[in-house]
Design a binder for this molecule. Structure first.
Ligand SMILES: [Zn+2]
Length: 208
């Protein structure tokens, strides 16, 4: 492979620019046109600024990992939500991914904690209970007076996961609730607006 800094006298094609655009286009919600715009933007900025940007991306990816209690993103062993003494440790909101924790946090009024499963059950994609952070959830709910709020997307995978959790907890004293309807079926919780999220949380219902 050609060194990026080396400049061949007779380039056959602008491979590096194409590669940059291809990479950017792999990002979510970035189409080919946006990728091109971002590439040209980056190339118009000072080298130092772009290097800093790249370093932050790589540093964040390297140092941020799942919280050892809830699975949310943290650069420490335990995240700031789990460590916050003002949060109710016996009210656990179960979500699929860290982006949804951020969505709930934006409402500013949830006083409980979270458990991030890291996905939902999907046998066709080879995702069984062993691939998700489920056992650590069951270990967290052994104390009395625990409520878990199932806040999973209402697609087939989310429903299967919710059912699995409730079945595993049959006979336990855990109260299981779920978000009230009102969140459009099949919509990604990550993108639901704060007010709708808050209402769904406040008027949550017993899981049947
Ligand atoms: Zn945590």
């Amino acid at each position: 492979m050609q060194e990026p800094s080396a400049r061949p006298a007779h380039p056959e094609r602008e491979a590096l620019l194409e590669q940059l655009i291809d990479r950017l286009a792999t990002l979510p919600s970035i189409g080919r046109k946006s990728a091109q715009r971002l590439a040209y933007h980056l190339l118009s900025r000072p080298l130092e600024e772009v290097s800093d940007f790249a370093a932050t991306v790589s540093e964040a990816r390297r140092r941020i990992h799942p919280c050892s209690v809830c699975g949310n993103h943290t650069e420490f062993d335990i995240c700031r939500i789990c460590l916050n003494p003002r949060r109710q440790q016996n009210l656990i909101c179960v979500v699929e991914k860290p982006a949804e924790v951020a969505a709930f946090e934006k409402t500013g009024s949830f006083q409980g904690v979270y458990h991030v499963l890291g996905g939902c059950l999907s046998p066709l994609d080879g995702i069984g209970p062993g691939e998700l952070r489920l056992e650590s959830l069951f270990r967290r709910v052994t104390a009395d007076g625990v409520e878990i709020i199932i806040a999973l997307n209402t697609n087939a995978e989310g429903e299967a996961t919710a059912t699995y959790i409730s079945q595993r907890l049959v006979g336990s004293k855990v109260r299981i609730t779920r978000l009230a309807r009102g969140i459009p079926v099949g919509s990604d919780l990550e993108y639901v607006d704060e007010l709708t999220m808050l209402r769904a949380l406040e008027s949550r219902v017993e899981f049947q």
